[in-house]
Design a protein around this ligand. Structure first.
Ligand code: ATP
Ligand code: MG
Length: 632
C-alpha cells in the first residue's frame, strides 16, 4: 500500500494518469478522448468527449447487483413518516418523475428550479433532471420570496418544482404563497410549476401554469425513460453559495468530473462501501446535500438517509436512534449541529447501539477542539473534520482513508485531498509561503480537480474576476480563507480573509480567539469579530451563547464570567487576543446553512448597515446584538 503522500503526489504530478484510473469508478457510454483540457486557464474540462449520465451511475447501474437493497431512506419526525425505497423502487420513481418533467416540456439543457422541503420527491426530481440532461438548481426551502426571486431570475428555469409546505419543529411552513410571490417579483417567468401536495397546507393553483404531481405521476406509473447520455462537461446543476460574505454566487458543475470525484471521495475519504448506509444531516439546498445526501452515496451503491426534522426533536437522541435502526456506517454533519447537541443531555449520545458507525465527518465551519472532543468522547467514535466549499463540491482538505493513514490532529481539517494543489499565499505580496506556521490565504493552483465548479453560471467573467484575480501577480484560485500549515503539512483554517482582525499590528484569525473562548466549560458557541477602534486599529468583540444562561443572569455574574473568559484568552493567546468585551446572547446570527454571519455582527458593532441579509436564519439574533451595542 503506498503512503498517502505518494498517492497524493501522483495525483498532482501525473494528473492525467491518476484521473484516468479514477474515471473507471463510473460507467461511460462513450469513452473520453482527453482526460484534462486546460488549454484555456482557468477554465478546465475533464474527460472531454466522454459521455455518461449521473442518474445512470447513481441508480440504474446498481440494478443488476442490488435492485432490492435499500437506496433511499426517508425519515420525517415532522410528519411522523418513514418511506424506504430500494434501488428498483427508486429507479421506478425517478422514471415517473422524468416522464412528468418531459411531459411538462422540459428538454435537455433546460433549468429546473427546485424549491422543496426534505421529501423523497426532491431527490427523485434531482435524479430525474440528471436522467434527461436537464440542469437542476435547488434553492433552499427556507428562503423567502426575495431570495427565491433573485435565484429564479439567475437560473431562468422553464419549470419550478415545489410543494405545499415544509415543516420545522412541528410548525407547518407554507411554501406556495412564497413561491407565488417570488414568481410575481421575478422578471423571468417559468412556464410551469409542478406541485407536490403533501396535504399540509391548502394552496391556490394558477390555472394553465400549476401542475399536480400526484395526478401526473398516475399517468406515468409504468414510465420507461432512458438516460440521456451527455458529454462529460454538460452542466449537471447550478447551486448558490451560502451567502455568508455577501451576494451568493451561482456555482456551475459538470457531469463526468463530478461523478468521478464523488465516487473517488466515497472510498478515499469516507470509506463508504456498497450496501452500507450513509447519513448526512444536511439539506438538499446545500452542497453537502447534493454531494453526500443524493449523489455520492448512491454512486457508491450505498443507501442514503434523508432526514426531515430537527436534531433535538423528539429529543437530542434522534440521530443516534437512526444510526442504530438503519445500521449507519458513515455519518456527515456540521459543527453548528454538534453545538446544538452540546446544550442537550450528553447521555443521549450513548443511549443507542452505534456499533455500525465508523466515523462522524464534520464540515462547514471551523471545528473547535472542545466541540470535537465533546462529541468524540460522547460517541466513542473518530471525528473527521474536512474543509471545502460549494465551489469545490467535495473536500479540499481532509484525512484520507485506506492508504497508510495520516492521523487526524485536533483543530485541523487535515491535508490536501487528491488533485488539490493547495498553496498558502501572502495576500499582499502574492508570494508563496512555504515555511511552517506562516499565515496566508489558502489557494489552489489550477487546474481545479474534477468535480469543482466549471464557472459562475452565465458569467465567465465573474468566475475569473472573483476567484482567480485577487492574488497579486498570479492566476491562482483563492478560497478566501486564511490558514497556516504545520511542519507535518496539516492545515489549520483561521477564518475567512475578511474576518482577520488586526489588533495594533498583530494579525489574528477570529477562529483563534473563538477557539480559546469556546474552551470555557460554560460556553456553547461564540462569535468574534473585529471592530474599528481609533487607538488599536481594531479590537475583538465576542458574543457568546452559554450552556447554562443563568450563570450570566445578573450584571455582576455576567461581569465575573466575562473576566474568567478574558483570563482564558490571556492564558492561551496572550493579551493581544483578548476581546474588548464578551457579551452574552441567547442565539447568534447565522445563515440558513448554520454559518456565523460575522460580517453582519461586525457591521452592527460598527453601527453600519449590515447589507444583504437574505440568507439569515433568525433576524432577532442580530437585534439582540444591536440592543447590546446601543446600550453600550
Ligand atoms: P459565500 O461564499 O456566499 O460567502 P460560504 O462561503 O459560507 O458563503 P459555503 O460554500 O457553504 O458558502 O461554505 C464554504 C466555506 O465554509 C469555506 O470557504 C470556509 O470558510 C467554511 N468552511 C467549510 N468547512 C470548513 C472547515 N472544515 N473548517 C473551517 N472552515 C470551513
Ligand atoms: Mg464562500
Amino acid at each position: 500500500m503506498p503512503s498517502y503522500r505518494e498517492f497524493y503526489r501522483r495525483s498532482i504530478d501525473d494528473r492525467e494518469g491518476f484521473w484516468r484510473e479514477q474515471a473507471a469508478l463510473i460507467e461511460w457510454q462513450q469513452p473520453f478522448e482527453r482526460v484534462c483540457d486546460y488549454d484555456r486557464p482557468p477554465f478546465v474540462k475533464w474527460f472531454v468527449g466522454g459521455t455518461t449520465n449521473l442518474c445512470h451511475n447513481a441508480v440504474d447501474r446498481h440494478l443488476a447487483e442490488r435492485a432490492q437493497q435499500n437506496a433511499l431512506i426517508w425519515v420525517s419526525t415532522e410528519v411522523e413518516q418513514e418511506r424506504v425505497y430500494s434501488f428498483a423502487a427508486l429507479h421506478a420513481e425517478v422514471q415517473r418523475m422524468a416522464a412528468v418533467l418531459l411531459s411538462a416540456g422540459v428538454k435537455q439543457g433546460d433549468r429546473v428550479l427546485l424549491y422543496m422541503p426534505m421529501i423523497p420527491e426532491a431527490a427523485f426530481a434531482m435524479l430525474a433532471c440528471a436522467r434527461i440532461g436537464a440542469i437542476h438548481s435547488v434553492v433552499f426551502g427556507g428562503f423567502a420570496s426575495v431570495s427565491l426571486a433573485s435565484r429564479i431570475d439567475d437560473a431562468q428555469p422553464v419549470l419550478v418544482i415545489s410543494a405545499d409546505a415544509g415543516s420545522r419543529g412541528g410548525k407547518v411552513m407554507a411554501y406556495k404563497p412564497l413561491l407565488d410571490e417570488a414568481i410575481r417579483l421575478a422578471q423571468h417567468q417559468p412556464a410551469k410549476v409542478l406541485m407536490v401536495d403533501r396535504g399540509l397546507s391548502a394552496f391556490e393553483r394558477v390555472a394553465g401554469r400549476d401542475l399536480d404531481y400526484a395526478a401526473m405521476r398516475e399517468q406515468h406509473l409504468d414510465a420507461q425513460v432512458p438516460c440521456t447520455w451527455v458529454e462529460s462537461n454538460h452542466p449537471s446543476y447550478t447551486l448558490y453559495t451560502s451567502g455568508t460574505t455577501g451576494k451568493p454566487k451561482g456555482v456551475q458543475r459538470d457531469t463526468g468530473g463530478y461523478a468521478v470525484a464523488l465516487a473517488a471521495s466515497m472510498t478515499q475519504i469516507f470509506d463508504g462501501r456498497p450496501g452500507e448506509t450513509y447519513f448526512s444531516t444536511s439539506d438538499i439546498g446545500w452542497v453537502v446535500g447534493h454531494s453526500y445526501i443524493v449523489y455520492g452515496p448512491l454512486l457508491a451503491g450505498m443507501a442514503t438517509i434523508m432526514y426531515e426534522g430537527l436534531p433535538i426533536r423528539p429529543d437530542g437522541g434522534i440521530w443516534w436512534k437512526l444510526v442504530e435502526q438503519y445500521r449507519v456506517s458513515v455519518m456527515f454533519s456540521a459543527p453548528t449541529a454538534v453545538r446544538v447537541l452540546k446544550k442537550q443531555d450528553p447521555a443521549l449520545l450513548s443511549k443507542y447501539d452505534l456499533s455500525s458507525l465508523k466515523r462522524l465527518f464534520l464540515a462547514g465551519e471551523p471545528l473547535d477542539e472542545p466541540t470535537a472532543q465533546w462529541i468524540a468522547k460522547g460517541l466513542g467514535k473518530p471525528i473527521v473534520d474536512n474543509y471545502w466549499q460549494t465551489e469545490t463540491g467535495w473536500p479540499i482538505l481532509g484525512i484520507a482513508n485506506g492508504v497508510e493513514p495520516a492521523p487526524s490532529k485536533w483543530g485541523s481539517p487535515g491535508v490536501p485531498m487528491v488533485g488539490y494543489d493547495v498553496r498558502l499565499i501572502d495576500e499582499t505580496t502574492g508570494a508563496e509561503l512555504t515555511g511552517a506556521h506562516q499565515k496566508g490565504v489558502v489557494a489552489i493552483e489550477g487546474p481545479l480537480p474534477p468535480g469543482c465548479m466549471q464557472t459562475v453560471w452565465r458569467d465567465d467573467e465573474r468566475f475569473v474576476k472573483t476567484y482567480w484575480s485577487t492574488i497579486p501577480g498570479r492566476q491562482i484560485y483563492s478560497t478566501f480563507d486564511w490558514g497556516i500549515r504545520d511542519e507535518d503539512g496539516y492545515f489549520f483554517i483561521l477564518g475567512r480573509t475578511d474576518d482577520v482582525i488586526n489588533v495594533a499590528g498583530h494579525r489574528l484569525g477570529t477562529r483563534e480567539i473563538e477557539e480559546s473562548i469556546a474552551s470555557h466549560p460554560n460556553v456553547a458557541e461564540v462569535a468574534v469579530v473585529g471592530v474599528a477602534d481609533p487607538l488599536k486599529g481594531q479590537v475583538a468583540m465576542a458574543f457568546a451563547v452559554l450552556k447554562d444562561a443563568s450563570a450570566a443572569a445578573d450584571p455582576t455574574a455576567a461581569l465575573k464570567l466575562e473576566g474568567e473568559i478574558m483570563k482564558r484568552v490571556d492564558e492561551t493567546l496572550g493579551a493581544v487576543g483578548r476581546p474588548a468585551r464578551v457579551r452574552f446572547v441567547s442565539v447568534l446570527p447565522k445563515t440558513r446553512s448554520g454559518k456565523l454571519l460575522r460580517r453582519a455582527i461586525q457591521a452592527v458593532c460598527e453601527r453600519r448597515d449590515p447589507g444583504d441579509l437574505t440568507t439569515i436564519e433568525d433576524p432577532s439574533a442580530l437585534q439582540q446584538i444591536r440592543d447590546l451595542v446601543n446600550a453600550g
